[in-house]
Design a protein around this ligand. Structure first.
Ligand SMILES: [Zn+2]
Length: 252
């Protein structure tokens, strides 16, 4: 296999790998959209469970306090009766104090009940609004899930086709060269680099002049001393890049 043929095969493989990478990115994007919708719903489920538990616990406390108030009212009746039956000033004063203390306790309880009632109402409003949000998310997921799944299936098929194409492309390369390519690609993301002006177009470092000279003289594959990518002299413009005319040296 001639060097220009190897270069063409490497370029083809690099192109396929770039496309595969883009497809994988699309896959993970679609998956993360789906995961985002689902985890949003799961978070609201948790929040609802917590808010419902809080509301129930406040409601329970309020029920207990209402029972307390009933008991205190009975005690109040009892104290009033004691006051009416008092025969000495001392007895009357004691009953009066008892009444006052009970009234104060009763006021405190009622105040607490008022606060809890407001708390329970607030919690129920919060729960209703969370339920609305939850419904919207579930509807959103329902509306988009099918579409996302079909996109996922579509991209997965493209990935499979592209992988088969890659398999074929790798076979057109000498095994040693392919192994080198793949090892560099796994470390650097991309494995090939070109030079037109003495710098590596992947890492932008200047090549030793001797190396550049050899690369220009005849088609060879070398390694960039800085990024270790497979490097060669750029002869034909790649589809994605504008053609660069090699300018004559401006020195002199
Ligand atoms: Zn380089």
């Amino acid at each position: 296999m001639s060097i220009p043929d190897q270069i063409r095969a490497l370029e083809r493989l690099a192109q396929i790998d770039a496309e595969l990478k883009e497809l994988q990115e699309r896959l993970s994007q679609e998956r993360s959209t789906l995961d985002g919708l689902k985890s949003g719903i799961a978070k609201l489920d948790e929040k609802l469970a917590l808010d419902r538990a809080t509301a129930a616990s406040m409601d329970k406390t309020r029920g207990e306090l209402i029972q307390d108030v009933r008991n205190m009212n009975q005690q109040l009746d009892h104290s009033r009766e004691k006051l009416s039956r008092a025969r000495t000033e001392r007895e009357a004063n004691a009953a009066q104090r008892e009444l006052e203390e009970l009234r104060k306790l009763l006021r405190d309880r009622e105040e607490e009940i008022g606060k809890l009632t407001a708390g329970v109402d607030g919690a129920h409003q919060q729960i209703e609004s969370t339920e609305g949000e939850h419904r919207r998310l579930v509807e959103d997921l329902g509306a988009r899930e099918g579409d996302i799944h079909s996109k996922l299936g579509d991209v997965q098929k493209k990935v499979k086709d592209k992988a088969a194409e890659r398999e074929a492309a790798t076979k057109s390369l000498p095994a040693v060269l392919y192994r080198r390519y793949d090892m560099i690609r796994s470390k650097r993301g991309t494995a090939i680099a070109q030079t037109t002006d003495g710098t590596c177009n992947a890492c932008h470092m200047a090549l030793p002049p001797q190396l550049f000279h050899r690369l220009r003289r005849e088609p060879i594959l070398e390694q960039c001393p800085s990024c270790h990518r497979i490097i060669y002299y750029f002869v034909a413009p790649l589809p994605a890049q504008p053609a660069v005319a090699s300018a004559p040296s401006e020195r002199g």
